[in-house]
Structure formats: C-alpha cells, structure tokens
Design a binder for this molecule. Structure first.
Ligand code: 5AD
Ligand code: SF4
Length: 444
C-alpha cells in the first residue's frame, strides 16, 4: 500500500494560508503525501474563515459535500480547522457528523500530536479542540510552502481591538507575539531553502511585541529581519492606523529590503462611523498618517480596506468615504459590504442598511477606486520596476511577477528564460487597472 495522502481546502486570509502550510508540513513529517484532488485524499482538512457570512455559507456547503465521500470511505479523516471551527466548536460535529476533528485556531502547531492521538485511539465520536486560552506553542519543524521563493511568516496571533463589526477577536483570541528568535530562526531556515521574499503576518502587526514591554517592537523587528543575509524583500500585513508609528514608517524608508507598500485599512471616511466601529482614530489622524508615509516614502503604494453599509451609515457618511478615497488616491482597495456577525456589537445595532443600498454604494465606490488604481498605474509608465519572477501568465510566452510596490507586472519572454524568484527589471509601457505591462531591460 502506498503512503496515505492529504488535501487541505483553504479559505480566507493569508494567516489561513500560512496555517495551511504548517498543517501540510506536519502531515508530511508523519509520512503523508499531497493528493492531487480532495476526492482522492485519505485525510482532508477544511481550513475555514468566518469573517463574512458569504464565506461561511460557501464553506458549510463544502463540508456538507464531504459527507458523501465519508460514506463511500469510512476510513477518511475529515478535520475542520480555522475560524469557523473555533466559532462553532462541537456544534459543527452535531451538524456535520462526518467531521472527525474540529481544530480551533490556537492548535495549529499541535496538529501533529492531535492527529497521532486520533490515529491511535480512533473513536467514532468526533473530537473538539477549541480552547482559545491555551498558549500556542512556538513553531518548530517542517513547513510545506506553496511558493518556492515567497514565504508567509506569522509573527503574532489574535487581536485585541474589538472593532464592533469584526468576529476575529472572538475566534483568534487575545494578541500573542512570537519571540524574535523563533521568527528569525524560521526566516533563516527558509533563506537556506532558497526563499527570498518574506511577508510578516498578524491581524495587527503594529502591536507586535507589546507584551514584551519593548517600545516600537515591530519597527525593531522589521529592521532585524531586513538585516538577515539572503532576505531580498520584506512585506508585512495588516497594519492598524491607530497603532502605526512614525518609527515604523522611518524603518520602511531606511531598510533596503522592506518594500514600499503600506496597507492601511481605514474602513470608513466618516468620523461618526469610525467611532461606532470602535476604530480608535479619526479622519484627521488618518490623513496625518498618510502625509507621514508620503513624506518619508514618497513613491510608496498605499492600499486599504473599506466597508460600506455599516449600521447607521447615512448617504452623507458614505460620501465622506468616497471623498477620502478620492483625496488619498489609493493604489488599490479591498471593498466589502458590511456583513452582520452574530456575537459582535454591530450585529445588535439599529439602522441596519438595506442590502440594495449596500450594493449601490459598493458599486459607486469600486468605480471611483478603479479610476484611482488606473491613475496610479499610469504614473509608472516609462519607469523601470524591480520584479521577482513568479512564472508564466495565462500566455506562456508572457511572464508575470510583483513589483516592490506589489503591482502585478507582465512582460514578454522574447526568447529568454527566467528562474522562479529571479530579479527582473521591467520598463513599464502600458498601464491597466489591475496590472502594468512592459519589457525586460538590463539594470544599470
Ligand atoms: N463585514 C464586512 N467586512 C468585514 N471585515 C471584517 N469584518 C467584516 C464584516 N463583518 C473586513 C474589514 C477588514 C477585512 C479583513 O475584512 O475591512 O479589514
Ligand atoms: Fe478585526 Fe479590527 Fe482586529 Fe482587524 S483590527 S482583526 S478588523 S477587530
């Protein structure tokens, strides 16, 4: 009999993608091999997200689909991990008896032991691990990363902010930071394996290390990672405008390998709504932050997250959001329709906005933002950008990669060959809303 196989069905944010790479690493340490398709796997992990209702519905459908596979093959092991697992716990097994293990978000690094225990003791009844207060163990061991030159590096878990719309603090727990030593060791190991680009992950990276009592711990971490030999690019996400410091912006300006890309979610351009959201900053502070970024890093790309249709959002509030989008001219924005998450304060607020109005506002916002994105990309025409080659685009004769400012860049091979992760210089000649195109040039 050949080796047992696994498949992870992943949903949600980069943190989930990173957790998936941890699960895959632990499974391979146990001798599992990747399956090409989940239908053929001996073990399936569904790594879930519950930030919006739409995601949750889709995932519940997928878990339901697995029932037929389990009926066909009772030996199949089904594990539901991630934020929905944390939120619903034992309810998930009640609803979906085909699930064997419900793995909450604090157990990522303990998955291997939990699985071994399950294999030894194999009982009919599903197991639930959903204690959020346990201290997640530091990561050690193997990792199976999706890319072979870009690596996700979680630096902290959880969130203490309690934005009133957001479920994350309830399913990811209080903020806990990894030690600098553990983070640096993981990056050094990945450099040895050929990794070049590192994205430091956390729900609110600007409060990294607060529990260590070190001032500006995140800015210091960025500088430390920048100095690791072999690290070519450093990115990080997500920042919170309330906690982003001038020290961090200076660190980005001064560190050669840290990319000039600031993702600063503002969520709403109305002070009234920001207060209702419990965001901890106002428009003035946000503008000041943007001005500081532009002062120290003039060519930075600035991106954001925006929610429309938060309870009580009036037309006037929405216009304030549009105004901010026009003023800042973001390079890109992730725009969301407010989704009611039960258990969060906003779910109980009156004046929920009708869905039709939310859709109208979203469309209007996207139209304005798309023009901004195009405008920002047009500014790159004639410039040479540094790209790490990611591989062929839909057209095998045209390759794609990301610039330091995280723009998608396309260029024709013109008879040349490139390695994955190779540094390429592209002179931009065409700008579109979502990407720029150009030709590879020699770097002077
Ligand atoms: N509804 C809509 N969008 C949400 N986000 C978080 N919670 C909700 C919600 N309940 C958005 C925020 C956050 C991004 C990751 O998801 O914009 O920055
Ligand atoms: Fe959610 Fe706010 Fe924490 Fe981000 S900062 S994860 S939006 S509570």
């Amino acid at each position: 009999m050949g080796a047992k196989t696994y498949f992870v069905i992943n949903y949600g944010c980069q943190m989930n993608e990173s957790d998936t790479e941890h699960y895959a690493g632990q499974l391979e340490e146990l001798g599992y091999r990747p399956a090409g398709d989940f239908h053929d796997a001996d073990l399936i992990i569904v790594n879930t997200c519950c930030v919006r209702e739409s995601a949750e519905k889709k995932i519940a459908g997928k878990i339901g689909e697995l029932k037929a596979l389990k009926t066909k093959n009772p030996e199949l092991i089904i594990c539901v991990a991630g934020c929905m697992a944390q939120k619903d716990g034992a309810k998930l097994i009640k609803k979906h008896p085909q699930v064997d293990i419900v793995l909450g978000t604090a157990y990522v690094n303990d998955f291997k032991d939990i699985l071994l225990d399950f294999l030894v003791q194999r009982r009919r009844k599903g197991r639930v691990y959903d204690d959020l207060t346990i201290h997640q163990s530091e990561f050690e061991g193997k990792m199976v990363r999706q890319s072979n030159f870009e690596a996700w590096i979680p630096i902290m878990y959880g969130c203490n902010n309690y934005c009133t719309y957001c479920i994350v603090p309830y399913v990811r727990g209080r903020e806990r930071s990894r030690s600098v030593e553990n983070i640096v060791a993981e990056i050094e190991q990945a450099v040895q394996e050929g990794y070049k680009e590192f994205t430091l992950l956390g729900q609110n990276v600007n409060s990294y290390g607060k529990e260590f009592g070190i001032e500006n711990a995140f800015a210091k971490l960025i500088r430390r990672v920048n100095d690791i030999p072999g690290v070519e690019r450093v990115r990080y996400m997500t920042s919170h405008p309330k906690d982003m410091s001038e020290e961090l912006i200076k660190a980005v300006a001064e560190c050669e390998h840290v990319c000039e890309n600031f993702h600063v979610p503002f969520q709403s351009g109305s002070d009234t709504i920001l207060k209702q959201m419990n965001r901890g900053y106002n428009l003035e502070r946000y503008h000041h932050l943007i001005d500081t970024i532009r002062k120290y890093v003039p060519h930075a790309a600035i991106t954001t997250d925006i929610i429309v249709g938060f309870p009580g959002e009036t037309e006037e509030d929405f216009q304030a959001t549009l105004k901010l989008v026009q003023e800042v001219e973001f390079d890109a924005a992730f725009t969301f329709i407010y989704s009611k998450r039960s258990g969060t304060p906003a779910a109980k607020m009156e004046n929920q906005v009708p869905l039709a109005v939310k859709h109208e506002r979203l469309n209007e916002l996207m139209e304005v933002q798309n023009l901004n994105s195009l405008k920002c990309n047009e500014k790159l025409v004639g410039q040479v950008v540094e790209v790490l080659a990611e591989g062929p685009s839909k057209n095998p004769e045209v390759w794609s990669g990301r610039s330091r400012t995280n723009k998608l860049v396309l260029w024709p091979l013109e008879g040349k060959t490139y390695q994955l992760g190779e540094k390429v210089y592209v002179k931009v000649d065409t700008a579109q809303t979502w990407l720029v195109k150009g030709k590879a040039v020699d770097h002077e």
